[in-house]
Design a protein around this ligand. Structure first.
Ligand code: S3P
Length: 173
């Protein structure tokens, strides 16, 4: 097995955590979700980190978490939707593994996140508009980083996981 990590990138509500866990189970790898890792390390949840330290404080904690996770091997890592924003993060991710972009429409994100209270960036009067803005800003970054591009709209997580496994290079399965 290659020591490379398998890394999921993509917007909020694209299924990174669910699909990441399924991939890890099927490929016999350990799974880490970077948001969950940050919460464990910090002892408070993401909304609280945003409240106290602002988005910038959260981004610095995110970079620290990615430094730590990408320093390990044989993992499946689900990243936060904004992890591609900092160049240093992009370099860390690229150097540590095989990157899969879970591409998801804003409609699908809205269907999955409409009652969400845990994403500080969506606690606005118009979350759809916010998701659209983030999509425009970030899609080129996701595309540039990805080794594999998978559309997830209207697909069950298990089906997406199987599709990914069928497309992975042999040294990663
Ligand atoms: C964010 C996505 C979230 C979390 C934070 C910020 C973003 O992760 O890191 O709320 O900037 O898109 P998920 O993509 O797992 O929801």
């Amino acid at each position: 097995m290659s020591p490379q990590n398998i890394i999921l990138i993509g917007p909020m509500g694209s299924g990174k955590s669910t699909i990441g866990q399924l991939l890890a189970n099927r490929l016999n790898r350990e799974f880490f979700d970077s948001d969950f890792f940050i919460e464990k390390r910090t002892g408070v949840d993401i909304p609280r980190i945003f409240d106290i330290e602002g988005e910038n404080g959260f981004r610095t904690r995110e970079t620290r978490a990615l430094e730590e996770l990408t320093g390990r091997h044989n993992l499946v890592i689900a990243t936060g939707g904004g992890s591609v924003l900092r160049e240093e993060n992009r370099k860390l991710l690229k150097a540590s593994g095989y990157i899969i972009f879970l591409d998801t429409s804003v409609n699908q994100q809205m269907a999955r996140l409409r009652h969400d209270k845990k994403r500080p960036l969506l606690q606005t009067a118009n979350p759809r508009k916010k998701l659209e803005e983030l999509f425009v800003e970030r899609k080129p970054l996701y595309m540039a980083l990805a080794d594999l591009h998978i559309r997830t709209d209207r697909k069950f997580a298990r089906k997406v996981a199987s599709e990914i496994i069928s497309k992975l290079p042999a040294n990663l399965t």
